[in-house]
Design a protein around this ligand. Structure first.
Ligand code: NAP
Length: 288
């Protein structure tokens, strides 16, 4: 990689950011296409975010990703939001357009593209999503427009209800949306006729790898099971889904596709998905 005074700088701001895979697969994509860009990652504490954004402006960084815990709080420092980010009230991507900082959210489109990349079309399907936090919110807003029916199940049922009512209020052209508590009985009932199950909770994430949000008795071969957790790559949920003959999609797919959508916002060039995926998989193998 040749870096010069003209190299455009993109970066991730998060806390923590040290273990992020984004520098690895974004730089692999820039190099593959011969783009004069570089991607770095910075750990930024919540109380330092305003100063960090001032620095980004004065140093003329070209693009940013922001991750936990800054996806909502960064909004106050931006000049403009795109339509989706404004409805969802979450930003994970920023473009510095001639000094104007514009916020986007690519999490939802990343999930949609991850499904399509794995030959799963959510149109007119019944989708059950577990969780009603930030990731579920971004994904639910996008998939509500595709699905025939979207069912949001969450431990705190009021949050699932709020998410469903925000979708009703803010977007047009969605299918049926229902919500409920994340209980075994609701999971059993809803999965019977479901086509796609998405886990947008951290259940099953390392170090709690023996946990699963869904008892394996409720999984079936007609399901696609998409787990947003990518550490481990094959969670207990995905392993049990594979064993009953369901199609499985791991969280790395979502990570790469949301990053690819950010890449396209910064560069205006189609992201080389396969190159990004391979770089991330190799980096993960190196870390084991
Ligand atoms: P978040 O905003 O903190 O929301 C967490 C959600 O999970 C909430 O709905 C919460 O329910 C639920 N939850 C937490 N612990 C639970 C438990 N023990 N049992 C049942 N439900 C539980 O987090 P997020 O940003 O949405 O992220 C959710 C997961 O997705 C994380 O594992 C994250 O790593 C993953 N993720 C992956 C990607 C990717 O690119 N692959 C991108 C974003 C997120 P309550 O409302 O009841 O607290």
């Amino acid at each position: 990689m040749k870096v010069s005074g003209k190299t455009r700088v993109c970066a991730l701001l998060g806390d923590p950011a040290e273990h992020s895979l984004s520098p690895c697969f974004q730089n692999a994509a820039f190099q593959h296409l011969g783009l004069d860009f570089i991607y770095l990652a910075f750990t930024v504490k919540a109380e330092d975010l305003g100063d960090a954004i001032l620095g980004i402006r004065s140093l003329r960084f070209h693009g940013l990703n922001v991750t936990m815990p800054h996806k909502i709080s960064v909004i106050q420092y931006l000049d403009e939001l795109d339509e989706n980010a404004e409805k969802i009230m979450s930003v994970n991507t920023i473009l510095n357009q001639d000094g104007k900082l514009i916020g986007y959210t690519t999490d939802g489109i990343g999930a949609l593209n991850a499904l399509k990349y794995n030959n799963v079309n959510p149109r007119n399907k019944k989708i059950v999503i577990l969780g009603a936090g930030g990731a579920s919110r971004s994904i639910s807003f996008i998939l509500a427009k595709e699905a025939e029916e979207l069912v949001i199940l969450n431990r705190t049922v009021a949050k699932a209800e709020k998410l469903a009512s925000d979708i009703h209020r803010l977007i047009e052209g969605y299918g049926r949306i229902r919500w409920g508590e994340l209980t075994e009985e609701n999971i059993r009932k809803e999965l019977q006729e479901a086509d796609i199950l998405i886990n947008a909770t951290p259940v099953g994430m390392s170090p709690n790898v023996d946990e699963t949000p869904v008892d394996k008795r409720h999984l079936h071969p007609d399901l696609t099971v998409f787990d947003l957790v990518y550490h481990p790559l094959e969670t207990r949920l995905l392993k049990e889904a594979r064993m009953v003959g369901a199609r499985t999609i791991n969280g790395l797919n979502m990570l790469i596709h949301q990053g690819a959508a950010s890449f396209e916002i910064w560069t205006g060039v189609k992201a080389p998905i396969d190159v990004m995926m391979k770089a991330a998989e190799e980096e993960l193998k190196r870390r084991i």
